[in-house]
Design a protein around this ligand. Sequence first.
Ligand SMILES: [Zn+2]
Length: 427
Amino acid sequence: MSRNAHADALIAFLNASPTPFHAVEAAADKLLAGGAIALDEKNAWNLKPGQTAFVIRNGSSIVALRLPKDVSRPRFRIAAAHTDSPCLKLKPRAPDPSANYRQWGVEVYGGVLYNSWLDRDLGVAGRVSRMDGGTIKSDLVRTEGKPFRIPQLAIHLDRGVNESGLILNAQRHLAPVLGLTEPGEGRSLEGWLEESLGAPFASLSFELHLYDTSPAGYGGFDDEFIFSGRLDNLAMSHAALEAFCSEAPGDGAIQVAALFDNEEVGSTSAQGANSNLLAATLERVLLCLGKGREESLAALARSHLVSADMAHAIHPNYPEKHEPYHYPLINHGPVVKGNASMRYATNAETAALFRGLCGRAGVPVQDFVNRADLACGTTIGPHVAAALGVPTVDVGNPMLSMHSAREMCGSEDHGMMIRTLREFYRD
Ligand SMILES: [Zn+2]
């Protein structure tokens, strides 16, 4: 049952992407299918007007770019989002048995709602690396059809839980149950990895995440919702990618879609929004076009960035948590996010630009600010805006249950954001 093609495509992308590594692989596959060329940061680039290309760093961040036909006065139109989501990551060497349970210790990645990971059917997915003939070899893995579980304590053993709230200790209470150690020959994580990679466990290093195995899908009587893990921020990663792939070379703007890892832990990593990934990529593009430093700085000054990250829709059961005049509604269009302390990079001019794009796309637009007495979240927008000096607007689609293992958003909003970002690339 299909609500719309954009939402269908998002659901497929979510199901293909249990981790940032998988999301970037899915993005690269889509770009390659559309005729883009893969660039390697380690080799010299040779780009021509009209070409579409992409570069991947660390397997978890990707920058796609398309050169216009006329490169005499370049400027960038950059849509940016993040590929990572809060989750539980397996520790390197932590078989953590209790009684006869086979378990594995986890670390918390980002602002996880711990309770949302309890009593769900969980899988393990991520990247496994090893040395192979003097070079590093990495493979993506994913458990299929063998769900694991972090069981919640029975109410009989925690009588006050509904009155006092659920307190979970990250070290003691979040280790998933993978199986039983009896009769001693049961399958282990080590065994699964050795089988999958054909290499001894001692030689393997990994970044493995737990993920909710329930597939993404529609919700509500009229399919008005999408229910899934990782909507923050694979939904906006997908919107940027879809808009980018739907467009053709423009007249003057270099179109860019930049999807960064590690936003949920502050963006400071070799591949995060605080890295030189985007700045170096844009610089190399301009060098390919024979532009000097003076022309490159002028090109940046002519540029714009849309930082797209999911926004808080008003919660029906907690309306008091929202600013009374700025509460986004689901399926009422993209949200412009502002904050006086510049936790969002939006200013009047960039908000006006985005509002204009929504108008051209025939899409309604909403405004969000936090309650003045609540601390505001942030996005990659301020980081990239500060690094590049490019005017930036922070936007996103409204959602509920942000940072839960299972979130929800509107199925109509997704196409509206894609249409707006397409207008941005044409600008
Ligand atoms: Zn986010």
